[in-house]
Structures are given as C-alpha cells and as structure tokens.
Design a protein around this ligand. Sequence first.
Ligand code: ZN
Length: 112
Amino acid sequence: MSESMRGTRLGSTSYEVDNGISAPRQLTTYVCPDAHHTTLPFAEEADEIPDTWTCGCGLTATRWGQKLQPQPVARTGRTHWDMLLERRTIAELEELMMERLAILRGFDKKSA
Ligand SMILES: [Zn+2]
C-alpha cells in the first residue's frame, strides 16, 4: 500500500521552502575608529545601505569600502590637570598650594 503511494507526482512537487530566504543579501562591514568590525546582512535591493553604523562600543563606524576618512584623534583624554602639568611641575604646584594655604590661613587669622 505504501509502495503504491510512493512515486506519485514525483518531480511535480517541490518541497523547497523559500520562506525566510526572501531576498539575496549582501554583507556590509562597518569599521569603527576603535577598529571594531560589524558585519550586517542587507537586502541587495536595498538602496539605502547606510554609510555609517553605530558600533557596539557607541562610536560611529564607517562602511567598509567607503572612503575611510582618518579620524582626528580627539583630545578627550586630556584634562585640565594634564594641561596644567605641561606648564607646571608638581613641586611648583605644591609651592603654589602652600602659598595659597598660607594666604587662606592668614585670612582665617584676621577674620577670627
Ligand atoms: Zn567600536
């Protein structure tokens, strides 16, 4: 009985499932200033593949293959303290601090 059922409509029915494999996809890679790579599949017909993508680290990643513009090194790591140390040594700062303290103590004595 099972033998007779087998083979019927052979070749006429395709069980290939197209669901979920809708559009061909192209992988687009983004590189952030910290050299993280993010690869995302975009539908090939999507004209609007973004040129930039927000990296997982929060920086803006540039699409690989686009003109990779050298990012100016942001001087965010430089604090006022760093800049101060470029002009003054610790010894000088201590001296200034002692002067300040002396003045403050002087004022305290006067006001007290
Ligand atoms: Zn990153």
